[in-house]
Design a protein around this ligand. Structure first.
Ligand code: SF4
Length: 405
């Protein structure tokens, strides 16, 4: 596979698609070309941010991981493992079970390394020191298996941001404190990814923790994470100014973002003469979401996120609040009353009116938890809207009374 190439495959047989794209990319030759050995330590890094099944659009389909493992094992590679560290607030092990990885990996005889329990060390990432887990750093060949999806803080997440699962939890919190774009842009300069296979089967194009899956029936492969993410921008109708970490990564020497220099090859699933599934080159670009459809899908979330005052919040915290607000709004709750509600590490030790999470414990009204539980958050906010409504009415009627007297 060439440096500036992207191979896209459309279909419904997910495991076969993953296997075929590895074959089309010449993955075996790439590994032997870099490592010259069938004993090379090959590590696969999916996205298992939390216990959310892949059908919800947030995590990597286990069928993709199985397709890649099957290809590698048939090619003769034996030193394989899968690693991941879920986001702050969820246990990787829960994600492993709910997402169906536990039984699949046992069946295939491939070990799993929980990066939430791994050691880490400081690595120079193009001038920025970042603490990275030891396991992914020890790979001879690192295969990144991200999901192309929306993100409440960075608008989009794919190959570059998926590497954030390879840093320890305190470092994840620090990323949020210093602003996500800069460290995400730098991270891949210190943790090289050799091959990327993006899950774009049914990802949630609005939010990283899923719930609004959109059928896309697509997987694509690249060797350059910057080019891969620039391609995602195009697919998601986003402007590069909305996702600045792609340019930052390019400036750090991670890859190239110029899509006009990319060679995109598209394959489509079909039936061969023998009735078996086959994949053929196609010129036609299968139908995808239009710009206006995309804007329509994200509009509601952008609207409710405008109610929130967020400073350095963790994804797990903010990523729960915005969908909860959207749900409440859909249920007819007057979420407008919550305008100005605060969330994030920037409010630690400060006072205020309404706050979410233990970072806002000094506020008049604050929901405890780090991050707070989603169900509790919904109940608390619902009650809060009612109380604020009652207080408004009371203040209104006492105002009327005082005018009358
Ligand atoms: S309470 Fe603060 S530290 Fe905890 S998850 Fe939320 S923003 Fe992060």
């Amino acid at each position: 596979m060439r440096d500036h190439e992207i191979i896209v495959i459309y279909g419904e047989q997910i495991q076969n698609m993953a296997y075929e794209i590895c074959r089309q990319a010449g993955l075996k030759e790439m590994i032997l070309g870099k490592c010259s050995s069938y004993e090379a330590k090959i590590i696969l890094k999916p996205n298992l941010l939390g216990p959310v099944p892949a059908s919800e659009g947030a995590t990597t389909h286990p069928e993709i991981v199985e397709g890649v493992i099957r290809y590698l094992q048939e090619a003769g590679f034996r030193n394989l493992s899968v690693c991941e560290g879920s986001w702050v607030g969820d246990k990787t092990n829960d994600a492993l079970l709910v997402c169906g990885y536990d039984t699949m990996l046992k069946r295939l005889g491939v070990p799993f390394v929980d990066l939430q329990k791994d050691k880490s060390r400081l690595v120079d990432c193009a001038g920025m020191k970042i603490r990275i887990c030891e396991e992914p750093l020890s790979a001879d060949f690192l295969i990144n298996l991200p999901v192309m999806k929306g993100h409440c803080q960075t608008r989009m997440t794919c190959a570059l941001k998926n590497m954030k699962g390879c840093i320890p939890n305190p470092e994840k919190r620090r990323f949020h404190q210093i602003g996500l774009f800069e460290p995400i842009g730098h991270l891949s300069a210190g943790l090289h990814q050799d091959f990327i296979l993006t899950d774009s089967i049914c990802s949630d194009l609005t939010f990283e923790d899923g719930g609004n899956p959109v059928a896309q029936n697509r997987i694509f492969a690249a060797v350059d994470p910057v080019l891969n993410d620039a391609y995602c921008l195009q697919l998601m109708h986003l402007d590069e100014s909305e996702v600045p970490y792609i340019r930052i990564a390019e400036q750090c020497g991670v890859g190239m973002a110029d899509l006009s220099r990319a060679f995109v090859r598209i394959l489509k699933e079909g039936a061969g003469e023998d009735g078996k599934v086959c994949y053929e080159n196609t010129e036609a670009f299968p139908e995808r979401m239009t710009h206006s459809q995309m804007k329509e899908k994200t509009a509601g979330l952008i609207h409710v996120s405008e109610l929130v005052h967020e400073v350095d919040s963790c994804s797990a915290c903010y990523g729960r609040l915005v969908p909860v607000l959207r749900e409440l709004e859909d249920e007819g709750v007057s979420v407008e009353r919550l305008r100005g509600i605060c969330i994030g590490q920037g409010f630690r030790g400060k006072g205020g009116r309404l706050g979410i999470g233990s970072c806002t414990s000094g506020f008049e009204r604050s929901l405890p938890g780090c991050p707070p539980d989603e169900e509790k958050m919904k109940d608390w906010l619902c009650q809060l809207v009612k109380k604020l409504g009652d207080e408004e009415k009371k203040a209104g009627s006492s105002g009327e009374n005082s005018l009358q007297t």
